[in-house]
Design a protein around this ligand. Structure first.
Ligand SMILES: Nc1ncnc2c1ncn2[C@@H]1O[C@H](COP(=O)(O)OP(=O)(O)OP(=O)(O)O)[C@@H](O)[C@H]1O
Ligand SMILES: [Mg+2]
Length: 278
């Protein structure tokens, strides 16, 4: 039996070359939501410098031990930047590390979630090339939108796609040639304000108009909520808060935020685990 007949996880990649858009936070929330739905999940941190996702998962383990509670955990691997001086040698090493980490997880889990660094790098491009689903969180600002397309300030029409969109297109073409897979690109709005500002309406309009031109689906993702910042230290996500014995009080705002997380994962229209496994 060849490798291609084997079970293969569905790979979800979090990417955006803009720093701080919410990749790691969203990655962890997708991971735990999938775990809570009963799936097995592999987590891959390609941001070997910051290791936010790795630290988040570490915090989860520490919390679970300290509170003596069982929490569903992903299997974890990380890829660190190569220290080799020669560029070709460094890239070769990173590529091998990335492939090895993916291979460790892809045949034994329903899903693999990869968190990419918030900058253009060789490792980030490798991450994108692995994607079955690419999730790009963006903050509600034209500065963040500029990563996807350059917009005319007067007409709000697209002047040209940005470098990042071109890179995603390039990865899509390669994937199509490699195994005839269409990468599903989902742009997730993050840290949304709770009031309907002029900026928010404009962003909605421009994102919808660009969606067919650039080839992504877009969702009103996660609101701007302090809880998303606080849960990191505990290693928890909104999908955990209903569990007894965690000592975190669940408020109305948390319920709303959890609904957003559930809606986001549903919007990804992921193949069911048994289909992903086929
Ligand atoms: N929905 C949200 N509401 C409030 N704060 C948020 C939300 N999402 C993310 N944050 C906060 O925004 C900051 C950046 O988030 P995060 O680290 O997940 O982004 P990132 O894209 O992974 O960043 P980097 O590019 O540095 O890897 C963090 O302080 C995080 O707690
Ligand atoms: Mg990050």
């Amino acid at each position: 039996m060849g490798m291609h007949n084997q079970h293969r996880a569905h790979v979800i990649v979090l990417g955006n070359t803009k720093g701080g858009s919410g990749k790691s936070t969203t990655a962890m929330h997708i991971i735990v939501r999938l775990l809570r739905l009963g799936h097995s999940v592999g987590a891959l941190d390609f941001d070997g410098r910051q290791q936010t996702l790795g630290r988040y998962i570490e915090n989860r383990g520490i919390f679970s031990t300290a509170k003596n509670v069982t929490l569903p955990m992903p299997s974890f691997r990380s890829v660190k930047p190569s220290l080799l001086k020669d560029l070709n040698a460094a890239q070769k090493e990173e590529h091998q590390q990335a492939c090895k980490a993916l291979e460790d997880l892809i045949y034994t889990h329903d899903y693999v979630v990869i968190d990419c660094p918030g900058s253009d790098s060789f490792i980030s491009r490798i991450g994108h090339s692995f994607a079955d689903t690419l999730v790009t969180p963006i903050n509600d600002s034209f500065i963040d939108l500029d990563v996807i397309a350059h917009i005319d300030p007067h007409t709000f029409q697209m002047i040209q796609p940005s470098w990042y969109s071109e890179m995603v297109w390039d990865q899509r073409k390669r994937r199509k040639l490699k195994d005839n897979h269409d990468i599903d690109w989902v742009v997730v709005r993050n840290k949304l304000s709770h009031t309907e500002t002029k900026n928010k309406k404009r962003m909605t309009g421009v994102l919808e108009q660009l969606s067919s031109k650039i080839g992504y689906r877009t969702i009103h993702g996660l609101g701007d909520r302090v809880i998303f910042r606080e849960l990191f230290l505990l290693g928890l996500t909104l999908s955990d808060l209903k569990q007894h014995g965690l000592g975190v009080h669940m408020t109305m705002s948390h319920l709303v935020a959890h609904q957003e997380v559930k809606d986001l994962v549903a919007f990804l229209k992921l193949p069911k685990a048994h289909e992903a496994a086929a």
